[in-house]
Design a protein around this ligand. Structure first.
Ligand SMILES: [Zn+2]
Length: 429
C-alpha cells in the first residue's frame, strides 16, 4: 500500500525540517520527502493546514493485560493509543501475573501484533512479582524485547535491592524507570499533604515521600552508572534534583504527565471528583508551574500519560477507597496543543522532542525520522480541530478521565504505523 501525504507542515528537528512537504510512503517505509511529489498509484492523504510529525510515543501506560482485562486490554488500549495519535507505547509491568519473565514480555508483543494498531514495547519488572525482594529475569526479558525496566506502581523500598537492580540492568543497554515512593511516608495518603488535605480532611501523601527516593536513586545512578529515568515527576524539588544531576552529567532523565502539568490540588473540591485521585497526587500550584517550566526548558525529557484505566465501580465511590489514576492516551496531545503549543509557550520542535524523539531514545528504539528510508510511523495533526472530552469521545475501555468536560483544540487525525493506516480522519481502523 502506498500513501502520499500532500502539503502538510512537516516538523522533525532530527533532520532540520520545519516546512511544507509532500511525503510518500510505500509499504512500511518513507520513500520520498520533497516539495512536490507525483505518485498516481498512491492514496492521497490531504495534509493542508495540518502538521506531520514522527509517530508519537507514550512510554508510560497501563494496559492491564493480563489480569485486569475488565479495565483495559492490549487490544482496547491499542485503540485508545491510535485514537490519541500514538504509534508506540511502553506498557508497565504491574499486570497479573506481573510481567517479570521473558514469556510475559513475549505475550504482550504477540498480542499487540495481532491487534495491529500500535507498537507495544513492554517494560519488564525489576523485581520478581514487583515485591522488591529478588531480581526478576532481566536478561531473559531483554532477549524477548523488554524496552526498559520498572517496578512502577511501587517504589523499590530497599535501597540495597534497588542498587542490585541498577547494577544488573546497567549491563544491558536499558534504562531503569523509577516510580519514586517511600511507602512509610506515603502510607494511607490519598491526596497531597498540605492545604487540600487539611481542607478536605484526608490523609496526606507528602512530597518528601517522592523526593527522598528520587535523591536515593540519583545517588545509586552515580554509584552504579545505570541510566535512570524518574517516572511521573510531580514536585518542584524533585525536578531541581534531576536538573542538578543532569548538570553533573549523570545519565538521569525524567517524565511528566499532563495531569501534573495542567492540574493541581486546588482543583480538588468538595465534589470529591475521584478522577483527580492520582499516584503521585496532584501537587501544589507552584509545583505545577515548575513542571511546566521544566518541560519547556528541557529539564523534563518526556511527556507521558500514565494511562491508568479503571472500571466505573472503582472510581464511583468514596475518595478514600477509589483507585488511583486517570486515563490519558486520548487527551494527551490535545492538552499539549491547547495549553502550550497554541499559546506560543512551546514550539512544535519541542513538542516532537518530548512526545516522539526522547521517549523513543529512552526505550532504545530505532529513531523514526521524516526522511527516505525511515520506518513510516507518522502522526498527522489538525491544530484547529476541536473536541469535547465526553465519555463518548473515548474509544478505550475505561472512561476515568481527569479531563472529562474539557473543550480542547488540536488533535491527531491520521496515523500510519509501519505504513499501515491505524487512524483515518479521527477514526480508528
Ligand atoms: Zn507509577
Amino acid at each position: 500500500m502506498a500513501y502520499l501525504i500532500k502539503g502538510a507542515h512537516v516538523v522533525d528537528p532530527q533532520v532540520g525540517l520545519d516546512d511544507v512537504r509532500d511525503v510518500l510512503v510505500e509499504d512500511k517505509s518513507i520513500v520520498e520527502v520533497a516539495e512536490c511529489i507525483d505518485a498516481p498509484d498512491a492514496e492521497v492523504i490531504d495534509g493542508a493546514g495540518k502538521y506531520l510529525v514522527p509517530g508519537l510515543v507514550d512510554m508510560h501506560v497501563h494496559f492491564r493485560d493480563p489480569g485486569f482485562e475488565y479495565k483495559e486490554t492490549i487490544a482496547s488500549g491499542s485503540r485508545a493509543a491510535a485514537h490519541g495519535g500514538f504509534t508506540d507505547v511502553a506498557t508497565m509491568p504491574n499486570t497479573d501475573p506481573v510481567t517479570d519473565t521473558g514469556a510475559e514480555i513475549r505475550y504482550q508483543i504477540d498480542t499487540a501484533r495481532r491487534a495491529g494498531l500500535v507498537h507495544v514495547r513492554p517494560m519488564g519488572a525489576l523485581t520478581r512479582g514487583e515485591k522488591g525482594e529478588s531480581l526478576a529475569e532481566i536478561g531473559d526479558m531483554v532477549m524477548e524485547g523488554a524496552s526498559a525496566f520498572s517496578d512502577d506502581g511501587h517504589g523499590v523500598q530497599s535501597a540495597g535491592m534497588m542498587k542490585t537492580c541498577m547494577a544488573y540492568v546497567s549491563q544491558f543497554d536499558r534504562v531503569v524507570c523509577a516510580h519514586c515512593e517511600v511507602e512509610s511516608l506515603s502510607k494511607n495518603g490519598v491526596i497531597n499533604s498540605g492545604n487540600a488535605a487539611t481542607r478536605l480532611g484526608m490523609f496526606g501523601w507528602p512530597p518528601l515521600g517522592e523526593e527522598l527516593e528520587i535523591w536515593r536513586d540519583i545517588e545509586l545512578c552515580r554509584s552504579t552508572g545505570c541510566a535512570l529515568h524518574i517516572c511521573h515527576i510531580s514536585t518542584a524539588k524533585g525536578l531541581e534534583m534531576v536538573r542538578a544531576a543532569k548538570a553533573e552529567g549523570l545519565p538521569v532523565t525524567c517524565e511528566v504527565t499532563p495531569h501534573h502539568l495542567f492540574l493541581c490540588d486546588e482543583d480538588i473540591d468538595d465534589t470529591y471528583n475521584t478522577n483527580l485521585k492520582m499516584n503521585p497526587p496532584l501537587r501544589k500550584r507552584s509545583d505545577m508551574e515548575a513542571l511546566v517550566e521544566g518541560i519547556l526548558d528541557g529539564s523534563i525529557d518526556c511527556l507521558v500519560t500514565d494511562h491508568a484505566p479503571h472500571a466505573a465501580h472503582e472510581k464511583d465511590c468514596e475518595w478514600e477507597i477509589a483507585f488511583f489514576g486517570t486515563i490519558g492516551l486520548e487527551t494527551s496531545l490535545p492538552l499539549m496543543l491547547t495549553n502550550l503549543v497554541s499559546t506560543g509557550k512551546m514550539s512544535w520542535n519541542r513538542l516532537v522532542e518530548v512526545m516522539a524523539i526522547n521517549p523513543r531514545n529512552l526505550l532504545r528504539c530505532k529513531p523514526v525520522k521524516i526522511e527516505a528510508g525511515s520506518q513510516a510511523d507518522l502522526t498527522l495533526i489538525d491544530p484547529k480541530r476541536e473536541i469535547d472530552v465526553t465519555k463518548e469521545y473515548f474509544v478505550g475501555k475505561s472512561k476515568n478521565s481527569a479531563f472529562l468536560g474539557s473543550h480542547l483544540t488540536g488533535v491527531a487525525t491520521d496515523v500510519l504505523m509501519a505504513g499501515k493506516r491505524t487512524l483515518t480522519d479521527g477514526v480508528v481502523a
